[in-house]
Structures are given as C-alpha cells and as structure tokens.
Design a protein around this ligand. Sequence first.
Ligand SMILES: C[S@@+](CC[C@H](N)C(=O)[O-])C[C@H]1O[C@@H](n2cnc3c(N)ncnc32)[C@H](O)[C@@H]1O
Length: 383
Amino acid sequence: MKSIFQATVRDLSHKGLGVVDHPDGRTFFVRGTWPGDFGEFEVDHGAQKYDEANLLQIIKSSADRIEVQCSFRGYRPGQCGGCPWMIAEYSSQLKYKIKRLHHALEKRKVSVASEIFRPIVASPKIYGYRNRVQLKTDGRKLGYVSEASSIFAPVNHCMIMNEKLHEIFHEVLATLPRDDFKPSGGHNWCYLDLDDELKSHEITVNKRRPFRQGNTEQNVFMKKWVELKFQNLPKHFPVIDLFCGSGNFTEVLSGLGFTNILAVEVQGSALTMLKNKELRGVRILELDINEKGSWAQIAKYQPHARAILVDPPREGLVKRKGFFKYLDNLEHIFYISCELDTFSRDTSDLVNHHWSLREVTPIDLFPHTPHVEILSHFSKPNS
Ligand SMILES: C[S@@+](CC[C@H](N)C(=O)[O-])C[C@H]1O[C@@H](n2cnc3c(N)ncnc32)[C@H](O)[C@@H]1O
C-alpha cells in the first residue's frame, strides 16, 4: 500500500537523508532532499526500506539548494547514487557536517567545551578533488553501483575525480570492451581501483589497493596537523603509529627526527610500501589489532610509548581493553577518525579512563557526502 503526503524537510538524519514527518506521526527519511525543502513524498508501506519515503516533487526549494551540475547524480536506476549532498550550497553542507559531529558526541553523552572544537577545515576543491575511486565494470562500461538501487550505473564522466584520475579513467574507458574485465562474485560487474598514482595499464580488476587518503590537498593539511602536534614532543619519546598503512604519517614522524617509532598495520602490501620508503627511526610490526594478545605484543615492542597516533578504519578501536591495560606511559593520543559513531564511542571511553580531550578539528575530505574526518588530541591531565 502506498500513501502520498506533503511536508517540509526539517533536518538531516544520522545518515544524511532528509527527515520528514508523515501526517500519521511517523518520521521518514528521504534521499535527495535538504532541510527547508517543501515537497510531496510517497511511502511504500510494503517496501523493504520501511523508514524511507520517495521524493515525488519539490514544491518549494530550500534556500540552500543549488542546481546539481552532475548529470549522473540521482537515485533512479541508471543514476550513480553518489554525492548525495551535491544538491546543497557547500557552506550548508559544512554546517550539517558540524551538526553531525556535535550530535554524535551528545548521543554518547560526551560533553565538550566549546573552545575544544576548532572550525571545520573546508576542502580547497569541492569538485575534482578525489585522487582514487573504486569503479565497477561489466567489461563494456565503467560506472558505480548505486547504494540506493544496487544497480550498476555506467558513467563517462565524474565531477569529483581530479584531473589526473579523470585522464586515467578515460584511458581505461577507451580500452573497452575487453574480456579480462569479467563479472565476478555473483554480480554483473567486477571492481577496479583507480588511483592517480597508477598508469592505466597497471590497473587490474578485483585487486584492492592499500589504503590511501582520498583527497590530496586535505592530506597535506592532515600531515601538517600531525607535524604541529608532534613537533614539540621530545624526539627521544618512544611513539607508535597505529594503523600506519603505507606510512603516510610515519613519514612525518620520521621527518621530525623521532628515533623510536613503532609503525603497526595489518596489511602486508601497505607495509611493503612503507619498508620501501626506508624511513629513519622506524620499526614495523605487522599485526591485526583485533586479535587476542595484540596490545601485549605492541607493549612488548614499544613498552614505554609516550605518544600514539591512531588512525583506524571506520570500526575505530574495537578492542580497547588492552589499550588501557598495557600502555601506561602514554601521555598523548592523537586520534584521527573517519567515523563519527566510533569516534564518539572511543572518546567516551577515553574520557571515562581519565583522558582529557584537548582538541577536535573536523576536516572535510569528501565534499557532497555526509562524511566528516576528525583530528583529535587527548592528553593525561598533567601532561
Ligand atoms: C584509515 S587507514 C589509515 C592509514 C594511514 N594512517 C594513512 O593515513 O594512509 C586505516 C589503516 O588501518 C589498517 N587496518 C585495518 N584494520 C586493522 C587491524 N585490525 N589491525 C591493524 N591495522 C588495521 C588498514 O589496512 C589501513 O591501512
């Protein structure tokens, strides 16, 4: 059964979808809407996504709405489903990113003094900023699989790729159709990791690249931030770069002159890249931090660590007990997070273990998405 209703979008949800109230009192989430939009919506009461309504038409646009410049954006079959916030002014996107951060911390009852929050660091480029993307291909076309429809949507242009990546994208596109790009894994596509550090002929299907920060300009900022935070610490301090990847931040620590850096990471291919950098003062530990005994192992290799840089994947610090048990000498934690829920969870735990939150700097790595990256600093009260 379907019903149609009119409403004003009153907020954005946790996932960044518009929030509307149905006349019967229920709340629905709507893709492709922005707070202030007055529109007509349809609810399919038998649909799988029971809490989502579809936008039928915008009757009056939000003052923050802008004309979308990408012809592939949208949620119908054949549209890519990406860049959900491309409908709004960038300043409004940033405002809602900050709101998401505050909301996530409030939900965990973490109270943060206002001077701890630094202004959000806007992306210098809001189009053409991405240095890598994962595309899908059926051997004939390149595209994305829409999160909304789960349908493969071919594209021949992508506004968020940087110039170099776009060139590579077109070089690969020019080689199609080809038989080595075979659908796999029960899908009608396979995946391609495109990266502006690769040549187009080096790109192979279903081969995951080690992690790389996706916005080159903002990565420069993040490295500078790490440099500023560590530069005043004594260089003989034993430090840990946990979730070091291929050494993006390890390079900074080594460059500052730290002589005792333990770089920890699970992915062997990332660590091979780090080894090839031949950084001074760095020892490498290949380890899955979620495995039993991993914190004890870190403590064995770096028993007197005084500062730690933590840059986990979205799941955050899943196994934290060992962290509190083994790293007694720690004075500073620099926590870089790509996921607000787990950042808030871990912050709450740290605060409950008597760590003081000194700084929270949100930074926008991915314009047109709800994503917010956090740069944060915790210290022991008398450090
Ligand atoms: C957000 S990335 C950060 C990488 C690096 N700091 C950078 O800036 O490029 C997170 C890293 O954690 C690694 N990782 C994920 N799960 C892990 C685990 N359970 N144990 C150790 N490392 C893990 C990933 O392979 C990835 O390199």
